[in-house]
Design a protein around this ligand. Sequence first.
Ligand code: C5P
Length: 225
Amino acid sequence: APTRDLEGMRIAISAGGTREPIDPVRFLGNRSSGAHGVALATRAAARGADVTLVGANLQVAAPAGVRLVEVSTTAELRDAMLLASRDAHATIMAAAVADYRVADVSDAKRKKDAWGANPTLQLVENPDILAELSMRAPRGVVVGFAAETEPDADARRAIAQAKLARKGCDLLVLNQVGMQLGFGDVDTAVEILAPSGVVATAAGAKMSVADAILDSVRSTLQEHA
Ligand code: C5P
């Protein structure tokens, strides 16, 4: 990719995984390290973009030269992304967002004798931030991620295409994940989907995959202009 081809472009990127507190010391979380989103932020900044990185519990270091907003819960990530994406040309939701949060978060550490032998946690649905960002008008290019465990490539693509339509985003980055593949790995393979179908594929190091995603974002922006 040409060096400073994203100069003048404002990009909001979420990365990492949200945590939903149970009590002051416990949470529900996921295995997302934030590597994908951090790679996107790194490459976008290197290519001259003005980057706001909303990082949820990042396990990898954020790059220099980006505006880092640190969050933990889904509610915090939502607030930060609504703000960061307001005047952004592109919004990329690379974070793994918890679909549910704990209904009544305890102020004090919950004790085993109070939990009993077979405790249940009451959960409530979180807002879908990607869908919400996609509904706003006017808006820039909105990009979602889909980490699917479906092993069949065609079935996986169909799931992702339906997800893109349901969420209303412009691009959806599809990658296959399992317990070993995808989370925290150095290498990755993705398909980039638009409403019209697959527009690009990329495989290799996360930085080069990030460049391919940013290329698709740039082309989509040019089509919209
Ligand atoms: O539906 P699913 O969780 O697979 O969708 C993944 C995409 O939606 C990711 O881009 C993720 O950041 C976003 N998402 C969101 N809010 C949620 C759940 C997922 O923005 N509550």
